[in-house]
Ligand binder design. Sequence first.
Ligand code: SAM
Length: 243
Amino acid sequence: MLKTGDNLDTPDKKRSYNEQLFTEVAPRYDFITSALSLWQDASWKRDLIAALPALEKPFCVDLACGTGDITLLLARKYTEGNIVGLDVTEPMLAIARAHARDFHPNVQFVKQDMGCLSFPPESADIVTGGYALRNAPDLATTVDEIHKVLKPGGVAAFLDFSKPANRFAQNVEYWILKIWGSLWGILLHRNHEIYAYIAESLRHFPDRGKLRALFRDKGFTLVTSKRYFFGVIEVLVIRKVKE
Ligand SMILES: C[S@@+](CC[C@H](N)C(=O)[O-])C[C@H]1O[C@@H](n2cnc3c(N)ncnc32)[C@H](O)[C@@H]1O
């Protein structure tokens, strides 16, 4: 049975924990993501795509693509583009490939770690990530990788939980997510730990001010931010500064 415990304390352990976790979750991922978000997830993802610039033939990289929702929305927005979705969990990628089958020739799904991207430097116009950065084996390294592969002026957009700076608000957010996740874990897997991971991963994640500071220090500027559910969820759009 998967337990969070101390499994997130090194990049290697976190990567391997995530791979095991999402292998177990994969067949129910689409349902549980909708349910956990009270059926709002699809509309947040559409908002993320709407916030991206109009481009003719962009190269887009969707980090931690999971079952491919954002990757396929990118493919629909940029019909002439070249779109790659990457993830470390094969069963998630298999579902993504099945969703894309036949009608998205401009999309590929590859097994790759977001902490070590294989694309040429300054090759991507757009990088996206839905609930991706919280799962990064090491956040600073992943942000460096995003910076490396984006063209100057390229845009990155992320949908994820957003952590307040205030300790009391952090605890409220943590316990709501822990209880809500545990409930669905028991219902679907008889394992209260499985979605409680969301709350645990947020513990190790910077608050929204520190996240912005990290992006700024790594060479990005803020484009837009939109928050949902009393600020718990955020779509954050940033741009790589042209030197
Ligand atoms: C919560 S799911 C998000 C899926 C999708 N982006 C979405 O918005 O629904 C997180 C995904 O991150 C993937 N993941 C975890 N660690 C990763 C890593 N180091 N590199 C790439 N993907 C990773 C998992 O396999 C899982 O598919």
